[in-house]
Design a protein around this ligand. Sequence first.
Ligand SMILES: *[C@@H]1O[C@H](CO)[C@@H](O)[C@H](O)[C@H]1NC(C)=O
Ligand SMILES: *[C@@H]1O[C@H](CO)[C@@H](O)[C@H](O)[C@H]1NC(C)=O
Ligand SMILES: *[C@@H]1O[C@H](CO)[C@@H](O)[C@H](O)[C@H]1NC(C)=O
Ligand SMILES: *[C@@H]1O[C@H](CO)[C@@H](O)[C@H](O)[C@H]1NC(C)=O
Ligand SMILES: *[C@@H]1O[C@H](CO)[C@@H](O)[C@H](O)[C@H]1NC(C)=O
Ligand SMILES: *[C@@H]1O[C@H](CO)[C@@H](O)[C@H](O)[C@H]1NC(C)=O
Ligand SMILES: *[C@@H]1O[C@H](CO)[C@@H](O)[C@H](O)[C@H]1NC(C)=O
Ligand SMILES: *[C@@H]1O[C@H](CO)[C@@H](O)[C@H](O)[C@H]1NC(C)=O
Ligand SMILES: *[C@@H]1O[C@H](CO)[C@@H](O)[C@H](O)[C@H]1NC(C)=O
Length: 505
Amino acid sequence: MCQWSVTRVKSIMALHACFNTFFCLFFIYRFTSADTYLAAVYEHAVKLPSVQDRPVSQEEALSAMNLNLNVLEDAVKQAAKKGARIIVTPEDGIYGWSFNRDTIFPYLENIPDPNINWTPCTEPDRFGRAPVQVRLSCIAKNNSIYVAANVGDIKPCNAIDPKCPKDGRYQYNTDVVFASDGKLVARYHKYNLFLGEKQFDQPAEPEFVTFNTTFGTFGIFTCFDVLFYNPAVYLVDNLQVDTVLFPTAWMNLLPHLTAIEFHSAWAMGMGVNFLAANTHNTTMNMTGSGIYAPDKARAYHYDAETDNGHLLIAKLDIHPKLSPHYTAVNWSLYAAGLDTVSEDNAVFNGTIFQDVYTFITLNEAQENISVCQKDLCCHLSYSMKEKQEDELYALGAFDGLHTVEGQYYLQVCTLVKCKNPDLKTCGEPVENASTEFEKFSLSGSFGTKYVFPEVLLSGVHLAPGEFEVLNDGRLRSENGTSKPVLSVTLFGRCYEKDQDVIWIV
Ligand SMILES: *[C@@H]1O[C@H](CO)[C@@H](O)[C@H](O)[C@H]1NC(C)=O
Ligand SMILES: *[C@@H]1O[C@H](CO)[C@@H](O)[C@H](O)[C@H]1NC(C)=O
Ligand SMILES: *[C@@H]1O[C@H](CO)[C@@H](O)[C@H](O)[C@H]1NC(C)=O
Ligand SMILES: *[C@@H]1O[C@H](CO)[C@@H](O)[C@H](O)[C@H]1NC(C)=O
Ligand SMILES: *[C@@H]1O[C@H](CO)[C@@H](O)[C@H](O)[C@H]1NC(C)=O
Ligand SMILES: *[C@@H]1O[C@H](CO)[C@@H](O)[C@H](O)[C@H]1NC(C)=O
Ligand SMILES: *[C@@H]1O[C@H](CO)[C@@H](O)[C@H](O)[C@H]1NC(C)=O
Ligand SMILES: *[C@@H]1O[C@H](CO)[C@@H](O)[C@H](O)[C@H]1NC(C)=O
Ligand SMILES: *[C@@H]1O[C@H](CO)[C@@H](O)[C@H](O)[C@H]1NC(C)=O
């Protein structure tokens, strides 16, 4: 069994405390306009260095990085001109991903602890050679905007430290944030490295990095971190983060782990704003960035066709948990009141990302159906406009440890469109559908309070505002969606059942 749900109850700001007209007007003004801000993310088509098979000089590395910094600077200028207060740029956005320990070396800089109060733009030489930090700091300062970027940090070590790598240095995949005055305000070393990130070391302990601004408290982590408890969940649950900054180089994986789908679901499940900036490279299936609020995606971008970057800007609540949209959820409440009817529908096994799900098919145009695996029962109530003979949908349940490309314990309820009417294809990646649902409601007997609600539509689109999560744990669309459904999923994580991952260095 996973962790039991704890309902988080937050009081909504009391508006009745108006003693006179002046105070009242002031209060309402603050509530409606001063309590939002504009955020930006930039999906960047990284220009990969032309030499990748051998170490280059620091000068060559810098000129390759400057080609990317030129593009990022243009994006920052545009965002600032439109009033954005902060912009996030992608993981690997300044030099790409094709490196080993030695070939990344000339791209790295010593990034100091932000506590030392440093503005690289005005004190460029204080910590030795740091041209990338100086340039990012000046870009932030010159445009009066917070800038988050992903760079490489280097920390020398020696034999006194038994964990010191043979080459005498730690190399970290690092996020930095420069404030609108150019000051370095955050440095985060990625904790959950993805398989194959052999150019970088894992920090000894997870780091919990936050900073305060006049538009809320910010936390930061990177890419694969979003699947795990530390530091991602801890930041939101214990350090009261309002907005997460999320540089990523995310390879899309249908049906559950496409960037726009999973990141928007994390924002909704955790009740936090989430600024996801993805690297853009269609060959690597990397696309999908967004500005996500707990109630819905405020802006998103997915482009598997072109090689272009893309800037997104949208308005967010400074404190999303105080907003009237926010409700705390007990994810198992509705399912607890349902009988697990055993249907005529035969169950069968199907595979999603190498996890074996228990499935049943949707045989009618409208029905209430259930399927269980181990401790998890999933319930779906739905109505299709028309049952199409050439399209098959299935409801699946999975309760188990995922072990491919990282180990993490999942409880998942999912409605998927099968690739074709053959049962064997249920769970395989599929991008298009033509069946329209008039309504659906999905719930499950989750043993965790960490459940991420996903809805993905034909053509790989989100459905902002077209579904809701009720506080009894139902993911519901009352009036159907604007496009046919690819998948509807409650993606639950049972962090305390994770087993330690063995990292291949
Ligand atoms: C959530 O609902 C379940 C099922 O009714 C109940 O057992 C559990 O106590 C609830 N959790 C909280 C925190 O209210
Ligand atoms: C910032 O502005 C100053 C002048 O105000 C200019 O000299 C400098 O090149 C600019 N730096 C960047 C990175 O735009
Ligand atoms: C941010 O402000 C909160 C209180 O408003 C404080 O508890 C927290 O320590 C501050 N965080 C940082 C990183 O300064
Ligand atoms: C995308 O990434 C692949 C693999 O690293 C690389 O070969 C290709 O050149 C990249 N595409 C573009 C447009 O940069
Ligand atoms: C990209 O996605 C396609 C379709 O799902 C898949 O066949 C291909 O292997 C993926 N490419 C990479 C680099 O993962
Ligand atoms: C489904 O897979 C499980 C193990 O993963 C196995 O025990 C069960 O017999 C399979 N069921 C069917 C119908 O193949
Ligand atoms: C499904 O369940 C709902 C709610 O319990 C009920 O209103 C509806 O009539 C049921 N639909 C079918 C087709 O059984
Ligand atoms: C999905 O449909 C769109 C247009 O409706 C089309 O451009 C695209 O190629 C289709 N994709 C697949 C994988 O069939
Ligand atoms: C669904 O449509 C009805 C009638 O138009 C409307 O009253 C209701 O608010 C809609 N529900 C949602 C969740 O949008």
